[in-house]
Ligand binder design. Structure first.
Ligand code: UDX
Length: 439
């Protein structure tokens, strides 16, 4: 099938490359000509495992190309995926939908054949129906333009896998014909018995935002339990393992630490609450307000614990921070708990030096006042305390004895509770977690 993917951010580039990979003829559209030029050469604008190869092979096969204008999109296909960003609106809990509206307003008047517009961007419930009304006023006479919503559940760091082999495909449509068209588009992925859930527009929109709200709730739940563990002398890691063996609960999204960050979980949680308020259902989402507030308190808790480890104050202490990305296997630092903690310690007078295997440059742009080191060892030179804040594999593999020779004090705060504690203790370190006794 021929299709366009409009917006080549995280979601769009991965979706475009994967749709080309399963055999479709895809045109990616972005207003940024520099980005388009890079993408045409097969270079993704961010780090994502496996994406380089996929993009290169899709471009080389001729099934994936990029352009800058909506007129080219309208000429190219009758199926258009909207993948533009919907960030949190500054000073508000709502999402900024102007990017989505700009695409619809720009594209629909240019359409010359019956077409289907499929939103993939995360939006508050009711957006797709409102866009449907907008389309009715914009479509040229005699041209039928449908609207569908097809949420995307990809995780950064696993985006290619999550897109090519998702847990389910959800499509919200206004007609059986639109749902069938999308079933055909995803057919190569459906052969493995993957659930394909066809529903109405509102349910499809809500599936995405409530999935993220649920994941966020799991994380804040386990972090709350971690606080009680710490107070009672329990161990959150063992507790989580024991909980996870209950098949009703499972292990995933139960890693306690400095909490969730990134471009989606908090933003979607807030948008869910704001939209529920608008719909008069605000009383039903009080729990989600707590989930967000509690998550932010984890960051302050990490700073308090570090001050405590240092004897009460961070002032003029050398603090090494391992990790800047909001999670491993990405260079994304948006709403990164690690960077937030690093910046807060810097403001309290600490000399903070940060290392991240992939995100140093993005972190430097976001927080230019912090120091950045090219290696973990450089970051730890003469440190009074080391904080492990993003659980990259290479940090778990560090030799604690060798690192112990570099630092001034062998003190570790494991903000992700994922280091092999015994190895660090054997090398003479004290290790403090979030939700564990001090070792
Ligand atoms: C999330 C959703 O998982 C994905 O389905 C959606 O499409 C986009 O938002 P992502 O933002 O890539 O994906 O990150 P995710 O892997 O979900 O992690 C989010 C944050 O939670 C990270 O900061 C991570 O470190 C943290 N986290 C995750 C925990 O603190 N504990 C956990 O157990 C799991």
């Amino acid at each position: 099938m021929r299709m366009t993917v409009i917006g080549t951010g995280y979601l769009g580039v991965v979706h475009a490359a994967c749709m080309a990979d399963i055999g479709h003829d895809v045109l990616g559209i972005d207003t940024d000509p520099q980005k388009v030029a890079l993408l045409m050469q097969g270079h993704p604008p961010f780090y994502e495992p496996g994406l380089d190869e996929l993009l290169r092979s899709s471009v080389a096969s001729g099934r994936l190309r990029f352009a800058t204008s909506l007129a080219q999109a309208a000429d190219f296909a009758d199926l258009h995926f909207i993948c533009v960003g919907t960030p949190q609106r500054p000073g508000s809990q709502h999402l900024e939908l102007s990017g989505v509206h700009a695409v619809v307003d720009g594209l629909v008047p240019l359409l010359r054949r019956d077409s289907l517009i499929v939103g993939k961007s995360t939006v508050p419930v009711g957006t797709a129906a409102a866009i449907g009304c907008r389309i009715a006023g914009l479509a040229p006479p005699g041209i039928g333009v449908g609207i569908a919503w097809n949420p995307e559940f990809l995780r950064e760091g696993r985006a290619v896998q999550d897109t090519l082999a998702p847990d389910r495909i959800v499509v919200g449509t206004e007609s059986v014909a639109a749902a069938e068209l999308l079933r055909i588009a995803y057919q190569p992925m459906l052969t493995a018995g993957l659930p394909f859930i066809a529903t109405d527009l509102s349910t499809a929109e809500l599936v995405k935002i409530s999935a993220n709200a649920f994941l966020a709730t799991k994380i804040s739940f386990i972090n709350a339990v971690a606080d009680v563990c710490e107070a009672a002398g329990g161990d959150i890691s063992t507790l989580t393992e024991a909980l996870g063996h209950d098949s009703r609960i499972g292990q995933s999204y139960l890693s306690a630490g400095i909490g969730f960050g990134g471009s989606c979980l908090a933003k979607d949680l807030r948008a869910f609450v704001a939209r529920a308020d608008e719909l008069g259902a605000g009383d039903s989402v009080g729990l989600l307000r707590e989930v967000d507030e509690y998550n932010l308190r984890r960051r302050s808790r990490a700073v308090e614990i570090t001050a405590d480890v240092l004897g009460g104050s961070l002032w003029e202490q050398n603090v090494a921070v391992l990790g800047a990305a909001f999670k491993p296997d990405t260079d994304d630092v948006r709403d990164s708990p690690a960077l937030h903690v690093a910046a807060a310690m810097h403001e309290l007078g600490a000399r903070v030096r940060v290392h991240d295997p992939k995100a140093n440059e993005n972190a430097r742009v976001a927080h230019p006042s912090l120091d950045y080191a090219p290696t973990a060892e450089k970051a730890c030179e003469a440190a009074d305390v080391v904080l492990h804040l993003t659980e990259w594999r290479q940090y778990r593999d560090i030799d604690p004895a060798a690192l112990g020779a570099i630092v001034r004090q062998r003190r570790m705060v494991d903000g992700r509770n994922s280091l092999p504690v015994q190895r660090w203790l054997d090398a003479g370190w004290t290790v403090r977690g979030l939700g564990r006794a001090t070792f």
